[in-house]
Design a protein around this ligand. Structure first.
Ligand SMILES: [Zn+2]
Ligand SMILES: [Zn+2]
Length: 286
């Protein structure tokens, strides 16, 4: 019989919009809100979660495909936004800043708790003001989350060493991107740069580096609409796992159009949760 579960559901992933639900019995967190508020609410409903149950949204960075639904969502449901100061400042002139009054700011690299989920943050290289990745811990489970990054630093590999489930960007197939006739050269260069996005091959390399750790499952995401397909991303990663004799690692590719299955990351403690949330940790307001 399973105890209470720490789980992940990808609500949407791709260059056109990103949002994920990380949940325990006591806590429901959105990672980014880059879908219309209506779509977020609809997809949460498919997970059996109402927006009123959300404890907050944590932001990876300020790009529109990660925040566009939050203005309406945060205003309507008084949802706290957890992000670093530079990301909040980048959003200062947006309607989001006007309409969301509940900002909880942390320093990049900080570790904090939202109810019974511990959130570790670390910097990632991407063309945003202060983009970050996350490791979420609850009970026996640990979940790494890196989307939108040009390459993976030693620090990132260290942070992800113990995760059992990893959400990782497989943005593009290198050949499809090179042969793409729609994108101008500077855009291609931006995507491929060290502050752009991970290719399928690059992501497969990162996963290989984590194989000596505790990794059991990888969820691929943030696929480019025209320069990748789920089959290409999955085949690249599976071929590399096969080569390492590790086809026991579960693989899944998240898409833009439908929610993923609910992945069980680990079990949590049964019984009532005593909140240890420290408001003083966060700087409020912009
Ligand atoms: Zn993005
Ligand atoms: Zn981005």
């Amino acid at each position: 019989m399973l105890g209470p579960v720490f789980s992940l559901t990808m609500l949407a992933s791709g260059s056109a919009g990103n949002s994920a639900l990380v949940a325990t019995d006591h806590c429901k967190i959105l990672v980014d809100g880059g879908l219309s508020a209506r779509q977020v609410v609809l997809r949460l409903e498919q997970c059996g979660v109402t927006p009123e149950q959300l404890d907050g949204v944590v932001l990876t960075h300020e790009h529109n495909d990660h925040i566009c639904g939050l203005e309406v969502l945060c205003h309507k449901f008084d949802l706290p936004i957890y992000c670093n100061r530079l990301t909040a400042e980048a959003l200062r002139s947006s309607d989001l800043a006007d309409r969301c009054r509940n900002w909880r700011l942390f320093a990049t690299g900080a570790e904090f708790s939202i109810c019974d989920i511990t959130v570790q943050t670390f910097p990632v290289p991407h063309d945003a003001v202060d983009p970050i990745g996350f490791v979420f811990h609850a009970g026996s489970g640990s979940l790494g989350f890196i989307t939108d990054l040009g390459y993976v630093t030693k620090l990132i590999v260290e942070r992800l060493r113990e995760v059992q489930t990893l959400v990782i960007e497989t943005n593009h197939d290198e050949k499809l991107l090179q042969n793409d006739t729609h994108r101008p050269w500077p855009v291609k260069q931006r995507i491929q740069s060290r502050h752009g996005h991970l290719s399928n091959t690059a992501a497969a390399g990162v996963i290989e580096e984590l194989l000596p750790g505790k990794i059991q499952r990888v969820v691929l995401g943030h696929l480019s609409r025209d320069c990748n397909t789920p089959a290409l991303a999955l085949n690249t990663v599976r071929a590399s796992l096969d080569k390492c004799g590790r086809n026991d690692v579960e693989t899944y590719c998240a898409t833009q159009f439908e929610i993923s299955p609910r992945f069980q990351i680990g079990e949590t403690q049964p019984g009532a949760f005593q909140s240890t949330f420290e408001n003083a940790f966060f700087q409020n307001g912009l």
